[in-house]
Design a protein around this ligand. Structure first.
Ligand code: ADP
Ligand code: MG
Length: 358
């Protein structure tokens, strides 16, 4: 097992030579602690697979260095990195049995057959493949094949890290839930560093101790699910995590406090007074409430979601979403709303700048 570090890593794919390079990874400085369960969360195209392939050595970055336990392995081939990688689509040997597929990574490393047998049995049991061990892999459904792929990723105990690249994409929803819990359990048992790539926040938040949020080729925030929810450092984190996402509204500043359409708001984390550029105030729907004093709004829509209601309020054509409890009465006459100062956050060019008042 190893601590993995990225130092100023950037990557551009080859392109027609008359163009400026386009960086799929713009600048990544990141430490993956030994034994951590990480999710790498971000929309399609933000660079997740590129980052995984740089860890495993399938790609050499255009710039920067990769360290395993402090040793520079940037130029080391895949075979010498001791990384298991599970891809988005199944990689199995159709002509081999399920057993031989699972045994392959172990035999490849010269593991003794009795140990192979024991590990294959364990993994097969965990993935409910026990009954089909002697069947040829070619006869299996897409689900079954992807389980083999997962098994091949998990079968070795001596790896530096296991990387999963959206491994449950082709798996049906019920089984998906089961496998995800099993992976989490397995992490707790064996303690190998796991990096699990997904574009699904629920998947990320249930699997990981730490979620690494990526956007447009950069890591915008690393945190526990609670940290990302309560303290989004970038508007993208606010918007991508949570349902509905954070309200992001245009603002100006008055002595470091946000002003939204002439309404002075209050935040526990004021900003420096002299910022130029795009200024916004962010507040999650959970931290907006109806109040005696506050911003006057019109109610545009109320959605009853059972345990709570999502209210869409309007002020000067700006939509503000609110999450209120199922039994809360929505005021019908001149409603006003206010934001909880502890969770009202100022963003400058999309980055949180609160707590920097001088
Ligand atoms: P993700 O896994 O988050 O969907 P990728 O790492 O696959 O993102 O891709 C990041 C960016 O790099 C995308 O814009 C994608 O089009 C581009 N890209 C990925 N692979 C290649 C490649 N082999 N050649 C050229 N561009 C690529
Ligand atoms: Mg990908």
């Amino acid at each position: 097992m190893a601590k993995i570090e990225f130092k100023n890593v950037r990557h551009a794919y080859p392109h027609p030579s008359d163009q400026e390079p386009v960086y799929a990874l713009k600048e990544v400085d990141q430490v993956w602690e030994d034994g951590g369960a990480y999710a790498l969360l971000g929309p399609s195209g933000c660079g997740k697979t590129t980052l995984l392939n740089i860890i495993s050595g399938l790609l050499e970055p255009s710039e920067g260095r990769i360290l395993f336990d402090g040793h520079d392995i940037t130029h080391l081939p895949t075979s010498e990195r001791n990384i298991a990688q599970v891809f988005q689509f199944p990689v199995v040997y159709d002509t081999m049995t399920v057993y031989d597929n699972l045994a392959f990574p172990l035999r490849n490393r010269g593991t003794a057959e009795p140990v192979v047998r024991e590990r294959v049995q364990q993994i097969a049991e965990m993935l409910d493949l026990g009954a089909s061990l002697q069947n040829r892999a070619s006869g299996l459904t897409a689900d079954g094949k992807q389980k083999i792929s997962l098994g091949r990723g998990l079968v070795r105990e001596d790896v530096n890290a296991i990387l999963f690249d959206e491994p449950l994409t082709v798996i049906d929803p019920h089984l998906k839930w089961q496998l995800r819990s099993k992976l989490k359990q397995l992490h707790q048992q064996i303690g190998v560093t796991m990096i699990y790539v997904t574009h699904d926040q629920v998947e990320a938040l249930t699997f990981a101790d730490k979620v690494v949020v990526m956007f447009d080729g950069t890591v915008v925030q690393v945190g526990t699910p609670v940290e990302l929810f309560n303290h989004p450092n970038h508007t993208f984190v606010g918007y991508f995590i949570g349902s509905p996402g954070m309200n992001v509204l245009p603002c100006t500043l008055d002595d470091g406090q946000p002003v939204f359409h002439n309404h002075l708001l209050s935040t526990t984390y004021p900003a420096r007074a002299d910022l130029e550029g795009k200024l916004e105030v962010g507040v999650r729907p959970e931290f907006v409430r109806f109040a005696e004093e506050g911003i006057p709004v019109e109610i545009e829509k109320i959605e009853d979601l059972g345990r709570y209601q999502v209210v869409t309020a309007l002020h000067e054509a700006e939509k503000i979403k609110m999450v209120v409890s199922e039994d809360e009465r929505i005021p019908s006459e001149s409603p006003k709303i206010s934001f909880d100062p502890e969770f009202t956050r100022i963003y400058h060019n999309d980055w949180f700048v609160g707590g920097q008042a001088s």
